[in-house]
Write a protein that binds this ligand. Sequence first.
Ligand SMILES: [Zn+2]
Length: 417
Amino acid sequence: MYPLKTIVKYNPLNLADSANTFTTVYLGNYVPGNFNEGVGSHCGVDIFPIVTHDNIYACMDGVVGMAENKPADGNCIVIRHDNVPDPLDMTKKTTLYSCHLHLSEMSVTVGQLVSEGDVIGKSGNTGNVTGSTGEHLHFQIDRAEAPFHPYWPFTFADSKAAGLGFFESVNAGLGLENAKKFTVNPLVYLDRIETYNGTSPASVTPVVSKPIVSSVLVASLENTNPRSNVKKSTDSVPSNMWGFSDVPSNYPYATAINFLKSKGIVGGNNGQFHPEATVTRAELLKMVFGAAWVPLATGQQNYFSDIDPASWQAPYANTAKINNIIGGYPDGTFRPNNPITRAEAFKIIINTFHSGVLDTVSFPVFQDVTVTDWTAPYANFAKAQELIAFSGNAFEPNKLMNRGEVASAIYALMNRG
Ligand SMILES: [Zn+2]
């Protein structure tokens, strides 16, 4: 019965049709027979299987990020999909996470690459599934900006503070704004990209042209810049605090630096940015993780012998290790205070943004990088995406990266078209 996009046509005007198998709709509530979207904070769709323990298929190509049993979610598979059309602007690419809950069986493991249509498991009733709903698939798609996956828009503490139980909280729409911000209607999205393959993005019919019964969806599509609707609080930087005295408007990376400042991603010192100054390895992680909204590791494990677990550097270095963004040195150190080289910086920045960089390259673009260098894929990507201004044909992998260049690379990836 899955993937849904090839089996069941999403029709927002007819969600109550007995032919469909949806029990609880996106942003719906648990009131039986209620198929209205936007009235509750259920941030996925619940789908009855056609047969017990029905096959569940990957909806798009991706890599398995989670395949584990969790108390509420039961057997839960999360797949990361890189370079897929951004639901807020189909002409752009983004990363999304598809989440499959309550499975009876999981047939993939973390790190496994899956293709659209691959069987990843079977539907079930593990986790928090009440008797009345019975076996179903809870299917949702999270945006990369969600602080964790599968995203849920309220915590137990939030429910308690509101004096509500779990189901009452969903029915009351607790956390609805966060649900809209960090998830997308998975059925609408998959229907939209069904015609995406092989067609130019511009020709994809935008979902707003479909009959939409809920204003929620329309509202969520109005903002065409997915990055601009996050970190709202930092947009309130007073205008007299914009800009740095040592970054004149004609400075090569002035736009990038001022953009990151306005988002609260970089700061300065006494009104100066020091764009030519070097960046330590830990400082770089802080900047790029802030820009990419990478959730920081909060576990107790400390991976590097030269980092104090209580230091500010620890969560950044541990997060980099856990996410395979950078592994540290063979002797088990991270050397957080060392200035970072171009080669190292591009590896971290590009990996953090899941940019789909290739493992190998077939041709060199710089005279000082050979195709077998580990840095070659990053160097070629940096050149192709114009992450910084290179001088001539030189990548200068061991040159220290300066703050202005870091800002330029992050800015370019945040705003990649
Ligand atoms: Zn559900």
